[in-house]
Design a binder for this molecule. Structure first.
Ligand code: CA
Ligand code: CA
Length: 260
């Protein structure tokens, strides 16, 4: 290959990167937490495109990660972490109103996608397709994203795959069954908000958030839905139990003193 051609290709690749929205955490890093309860981080005015991204990863042909938003956070020690996402309308930088009426779902994984200086991961990278073909059958998957189990993906440089190890998931509204059985994790109340507490060890975590309307993927153009996310460190249940037990002992000794 002539060098000028190579550089031209390189330039095309570089200039087209920002528009492709491969997996990245830009503006969506909740930060690093210790086990001390009370720390909280809120990220507003993010969005995903299409209202089916999360639920589409529950079927046999998996899902397109471009239809979800990726967030990350880190823990320096074992902790109970509350994760909440709400569909919330806002006006974007182009002056357009982003819809708020989604019923979001999210999945939590340990592991991170490639970040700079590595190239971003995306579904149709040759390495990503090879991973899918090996697990899901040649040509049988539509994307790399899997809602309820582990998955892997890589970039154009075939760096060792990013591995997302499934921890848990939750979604807003009543239980969904689009024909493959009930999808677990419904919160039972369709209020555009879903929240769940996870007991986690120290490490790096990714959250993928998307819509839960399975049959909406044919809408053109796909609307964007606004999203607010909150990650907080909360007291562990044993802490509550110890606190209650302590209060009970105090009450007992107070009664004893009164009786004497
Ligand atoms: Ca699918
Ligand atoms: Ca809800």
């Amino acid at each position: 290959m002539r060098n000028t051609f190579k550089y031209a290709l390189l330039l095309v690749g570089m200039t087209s990167l920002p528009a492709m929205a491969h997996i990245g955490y830009g503006g969506r890093d909740f930060g690093t937490f210790t086990a001390t309860p009370g720390a909280t981080s809120t990220i507003i005015n993010q969005s995903f495109t299409g209202n089916h991204g999360w639920i589409d990863g529950t079927d046999a042909d998996w899902g397109d990660s471009h239809r979800l938003r990726a967030y990350k956070f880190s823990l320096t020690e074992e902790a109970d972490v509350s994760i909440t996402f709400s569909g919330l309308s806002f006006v974007n930088s182009a002056g357009a109103t982003v819809l708020g009426d989604t019923n979001p779902g999210f999945s939590l994984y340990s592991g991170l996608a490639h970040i700079a200086p590595f190239a971003a991961d995306y579904d149709s990278a040759p390495g990503s397709i090879a991973i899918r073909d090996a697990v899901g059958g040649v040509g049988l998957t539509e994307g790399s994203f899997r809602t309820l189990t582990d998955w892997s993906i890589t970039n154009d440089n075939n760096d060792p795959a990013s591995v997302f190890t499934y921890i848990g998931s939750a979604y807003d509204g009543s239980s969904i069954d689009y024909g493959t059985g009930v999808i677990p994790g419904a919160d039972g109340l369709a209020d555009h908000m879903v929240s769940q507490v996870f007991h986690l060890t120290a490490g790096d975590y990714s959250i993928f958030v998307g819509g839960t309307d399975y049959f909406s993927s044919g809408v053109t153009p796909l609307p964007a839905y606004g999203l607010t996310g909150v990650v907080s460190v909360v007291p562990e249940p044993e802490t509550y139990a110890m606190l209650l037990a302590g209060l009970g002992l105090l009450g007992f000794s107070a009664r004893r003193r009164q009786a004497v």
